[in-house]
Design a protein. Structure first.
Length: 166
């Protein structure tokens, strides 16, 4: 029998009334789960990409990073509420239960777009949001994960498309 790993759960959403762009990942990785912080793995380029997107230096402390993106109108959550997974790779996610993305999106009065951080997030998230937002407001982005080996500048070119919604 395949070892599908322990059950893992997502964090609460980081959103507010001013959230214009909601970035959805799949499920926090091992480092993030241990630290209780979104994108805590220093090899994950999320914070570098967002800093470049909003043209702001990324502070070293997590609480300051969260404040920075919230002030810029960016919110965070994950598409997976819970799943079994061995390790951190999206490909290892088994038996997922989706977060109530549509419910959250309907409660965000300023929401302009939802961006999916990687293919797995898009595959799960689009199914949950297809009846909530028009398709052109659902944006697929290359994953910020170190497992997605695309060059940083190529990732950044795609992420910069979010500026029009901020």
């Amino acid at each position: 029998m395949e070892d599908i790993g322990p059950e893992k759960k997502s964090f609460p959403p980081l959103v507010g009334a001013g959230t214009r762009v909601l970035v959805l990942g799949s499920l926090p990785g091992e480092v993030s789960l241990r630290r209780g912080e979104y994108y805590a793995n220093p090899r994950n380029r999320f914070w570098d990409l967002v800093g470049a997107l909003i043209e702001q230096p990324v502070p070293p402390l997590y609480e300051e990073r969260v404040g920075l993106i919230q002030a810029a109108g960016i919110g965070l959550w994950d598409v997976v509420r819970s799943a079994r997974r061995k390790g951190s790779l999206d490909a290892a996610i088994r038996g997922h239960v989706a977060n109530p993305l549509g419910e959250l999106a309907r409660r965000l009065p300023s929401l302009q777009a939802v961006a999916f951080n990687g293919q797995k997030a898009s595959k799960i998230g689009r199914a949950e949001l297809i009846d909530v937002l028009p398709g052109d407001k659902l944006i697929d982005l290359p994953s910020s994960s170190p497992a997605h080996t695309m060059a940083f500048n190529a990732k950044l070119d795609a992420w910069l498309k979010l500026r029009r919604y901020l």
